[in-house]
Write a protein that binds this ligand. Structure first.
Ligand code: GLV
Length: 310
């Protein structure tokens, strides 16, 4: 029998996930991670678990992240370091991100913030924006999700580049790799999309120095992690007109506190970490398949490398 404990914290979906997994994995015992008797579980399915929950389950075979990122697991101080961490991606997660990236790149491309501001003033002002083939966009992070998003932008006609830690080929996308390729990649970006994993190397990467390299008046979209962005640097770059706008889905503190300046900034659009979502319906199917495959032979393509951080 496979025994699974679930902790989704403030997502408040533990019951849904428990019910879905119990149906999808016949014979499994699925319960709340906090309620489970110590040392009785094989798998812990988590989002941002607090300290104490994982270390008291000494029989765990793996921890499963309800998401593509594993930073929320790796930062648990008493995480048993030997445990494999399984990432959860899958077609719905990739599709949701493609939609989010297309929507917000198009919004910046077609100056939607200015259009909204003019509507609020009942101001009719015709303006023409360049077509997508004359707009240079760039995606940072070219894993399964980033690659799909970059190719979506290329398919919309954008002049699309991608940057990743190690160089890779992507049809229809001009790619740059590593520290050496970063400056050249940034220099050409009018709209920058960050989809990087959060690691020691990528923390604070969206900072004043990076903004200064982008095309003047560039826009930034962050659907990676809040820890990528130096918040004060973004506010300064927007207020100086160095950047024209930002769309932010992820924040250093989530939920974003009500008095945070991002909420009311006229050049910032805030979305509440919904660019993508591993939902209890289709997401549970991916998790169930991953658990069954991993339980069979202890391998899976989507295992994070804690040393690398993703
Ligand atoms: C969402 O942020 C994820 O890691 O999948």
């Amino acid at each position: 029998m496979i025994r699974i404990g679930v902790w989704l914290g403030d997502r408040n979906e533990d019951r849904d996930w428990i019910a879905r997994l119990a149906t999808l994995i016949p014979g499994a015992r699925v319960e709340g991670l906090a309620e489970a008797v110590p040392d009785t579980l094989d798998y812990a399915l988590v989002w941002a678990p607090p300290e104490g929950l994982l270390s008291r389950q000494a029989a765990l075979k793996a921890v499963i992240s309800v998401g593509a990122g594993v930073d929320h697991v790796l930062r648990v101080a008493d995480l048993p370091r030997h445990l494999p961490i399984l990432r959860t991606t899958g077609p719905d997660m990739v599709q949701r991100l493609r939609e989010y990236v297309a929507l917000h790149v198009l919004a910046h491309h077609r100056d939607l913030m200015d259009t909204d501001a003019r509507q609020a003033r009942a101001e009719w002002q015709v303006f023409v924006t360049p077509t997508a083939n004359r707009r240079r966009v760039g995606v940072m992070g070219l894993g399964r999700i980033g690659a799909a998003c970059a190719q979506t932008l290329a398919a919309l006609g954008f002049d699309t580049a991608g940057w990743a830690r190690s160089p890779r080929d992507l049809p229809g996308v001009r790619t740059y790799g590593g520290e050496a390729g970063l400056a050249e990649f940034l220099d050409r970006c009018e709209i920058l999309v960050c989809l990087l994993p959060l690691t020691a190397d990528t923390a604070d990467i969206l900072n004043a120095g990076l903004f200064a390299r982008l095309a003047p008046g560039a826009a930034v979209i962050n659907a990676g992690r809040g820890g990528h962005l130096v918040e004060a640097d973004l506010l300064a770059a927007l207020d100086a007109g160095r950047l024209s706008g930002a769309t932010l889905d992820v924040f250093r503190t989530e939920p974003l506190p009500p008095d945070h300046p991002f909420w009311r900034h006229p050049r910032i659009r805030v979305t509440p970490h919904i660019a993508s979502y591993v939902d209890p319906d289709s997401g549970a199917r991916v998790v169930a398949q991953n658990i069954l495959a991993f339980d069979r032979d202890g391998t899976l393509p989507d295992i994070a490398d804690p040393g690398r951080g993703y």
